[in-house]
Design a binder for this molecule. Sequence first.
Ligand code: GAL
Length: 415
Amino acid sequence: MRSLKRWLAIAALGLGLTSLAQGSGKLEIFSWWAGDEGPALQALIDLYKKRYPGVEVINATVTGGSGVNARAVLKTRMLGGDPPDSFQVHAGQELIGTWVVADRMEDLSSLFRQEGWTTKFPKGLLDLLSYKGGIWSVPVNIHRSNVMWYNPAKLKEWGVTPPKTWAEFLATCQTLKGKGLEAPLALGENWTQQHLWESVALGILGADDWARLWRGQLKFNDPKMLNVWNTFGKVLDCANKDAAGLSWQQAIDRVIEGTSAFNIMGDWAAGYMTTTKKLEPGTGFGWAPSPGTSGVFMMLSDSFGLPKGVKNRTNVINWLKLLGSKEGQDTFNPLKGSIAARTDSDPSKYSTYSQAAMKDWKSNKIVGSLVHGAVAPESFMSQFGTVIEIYLNGKNAQAAANAAQAIATQVGIGR
Ligand code: GAL
């Protein structure tokens, strides 16, 4: 009898330990990776489910490229005391300037130490994630913002090569218009116009002035910025007139189909073209640094954090551990078009596009993206769409420059 009891006790303990190892309860992951943007996240969730079959994963997505809609929903939930267990957010000011300063996030620095991540991620990235002695989210990738995409067969047919400066771009645009191409540049909705703007600005200013802008050392109404706006205006003249109604994928589709020659977009476009469209990098699509930015890598990083007071904390910790692991990163990124944030990832798992990006990431000058949360506070970023609208309304460079400077002063850039 006693041994039966002991056996039962041991069995119960065993069961308990198994269910502990496999987890239980739920895990809600909040992101804007819906539809075409979903496969990489789904692969990561599948891996999580394999490790923790007892956990019910809720994949909560809000459609809308670059998080335009997701951020608004997140705000309501965070302010309403109903945080998702873990949410996608860009490394840098987008998280630090909002939910970290509001004391709504857990400091993850002990997790970083425990997992050995303080030596596995590049120092610059760790700096971006850090604030007041804490590390506030786990990076899953590095994306590049300043990429120009094209269809090699089409360029050959039209007899043009990828332009290396914005002046060359404008000349190529005229050549293509002369050949009957109405919109040499494919462009999408407002945030993709901001995305184009940051590539134009980087190409005109160069890496050093771009960085000075965010330190408050170059004013947004400096004559150099007027040059940026005027160039941007000319570049817009090369674009389709129905931009406002197109998603970033629809803009890329026009390049694939050959109704436009170029699109400036982050390298999630490589993920879309390889994973969804099944195109071969190099033949199905081509790429180059956006004009004037050769040798410069404008980076951004998607990351996930742990809000204070979530319902399923242990499940989130396990999620974050997976995100930061070599296996997690090398599962997610080859599908996403990004490269691993970790320095020890396995290049053989990646496309030739990503292998080229890995090389550039190691050898280029690194700067941060405005539109994707790295360099500017969210308060600036969320108002920059209005500056673009002001410019589009009157094509007045001075008015746009003044508006940008007013916002910069308001939110304290460089203060
Ligand atoms: C970026 C994000 C990428 C991709 C893109 C388009 O902001 O970092 O991972 O999702 O938006 O939605």
